[in-house]
Design a protein around this ligand. Structure first.
Ligand code: DC
Length: 228
């Protein structure tokens, strides 16, 4: 059972900068970090590795409930292991992202991941990064941020990220994939991507990571979550 602690949720579409901002905030606050997208990516990847039928919803839900996952850090870098195997790189591929978006539309998978996600809430606090952190997983969160950016800017950011990693994906293809993924995440029946009614919406188009972090820190300080 997780213990009560302050919770900051950061939701938003792919490429809105949630991952970078959440990581920076968790480091600054010395809080735990939940990268919930990584859990959906692990279910998709685990399904492929186990040879599950891509449409086998029950099989994927069982995998979500029972897969052995480890998040750790060594040499200053984060590592993710699935069934004891390092999959840090493998879960970041576009293919794993697309697979994650597909399995994330299945209620059984989402239900199986709920308890896992809530277990990350441990003192001194949690920064939870995802799509439904403020709406479904942590509706009681102390501060909810919904981070957006224009689709063009998100495609450009993702393109630069992939290029820096040596992948050569065309910008138009990426823009199309982002638009497809947005549409699927926003229109699915369970936990669709949308801001919680009490979320603070921040449009990060044209803002630096530092600008966004400062805005979130100011919002939390105004609520007494930490010192200004
Ligand atoms: O943030 P990401 O790109 O790693 O997420 C991968 C996919 O997982 C994304 O397309 C939607 C899904 N997802 C979700 O449905 N709910 C979450 N809380 C996190 C991710």
């Amino acid at each position: 059972m997780s213990r009560p602690c302050p919770i900051l949720t950061i939701d938003g579409p792919s490429g809105s900068g949630k991952g970078t901002i959440s990581r920076a905030l968790a480091q600054h606050l010395h809080w735990h970090l939940l990268d919930s997208g990584a859990l959906y990516r692990l279910v998709a990847l685990g399904g492929v590795r186990q040879g599950l039928d891509p449409e086998d919803r029950d099989g994927h839900a069982r995998l979500a409930a029972h897969m052995e996952v480890h998040f750790g850090a060594s040499d200053g870098a984060e590592h993710v292991a699935l069934q004891g195997e390092d999959v840090t790189q493998a879960i970041r591929s576009e293919e794993a992202g697309q697979g994650a978006s597909r399995v994330a539309a299945w209620p059984g998978v989402r239900a199986a991941l709920l308890r896992r996600q809530r277990a990350f809430a441990e003192p001194p606090g949690l920064v939870a990064d995802g799509r439904d952190m403020g709406t479904v997983v942590f509706p009681q969160a102390d501060l909810k941020i919904f981070l957006t950016a224009t689709a063009e800017e998100r495609a450009l950011r993702r393109h630069k990220q992939l290029k820096d990693k040596g992948s050569d994906v065309s910008l138009p293809a990426l823009s199309r994939e982002i638009a497809e993924r947005d549409a699927r995440d926003q229109t699915r029946q369970v936990a669709p991507l949308r801001p919680a009614s009490d979320a603070c919406v921040i449009d990060s188009t044209g803002l630096s990571v530092g600008d966004v972090v400062q805005r979130v820190l100011a919002l939390g300080a105004a609520r007494g979550m930490w010192a200004p």
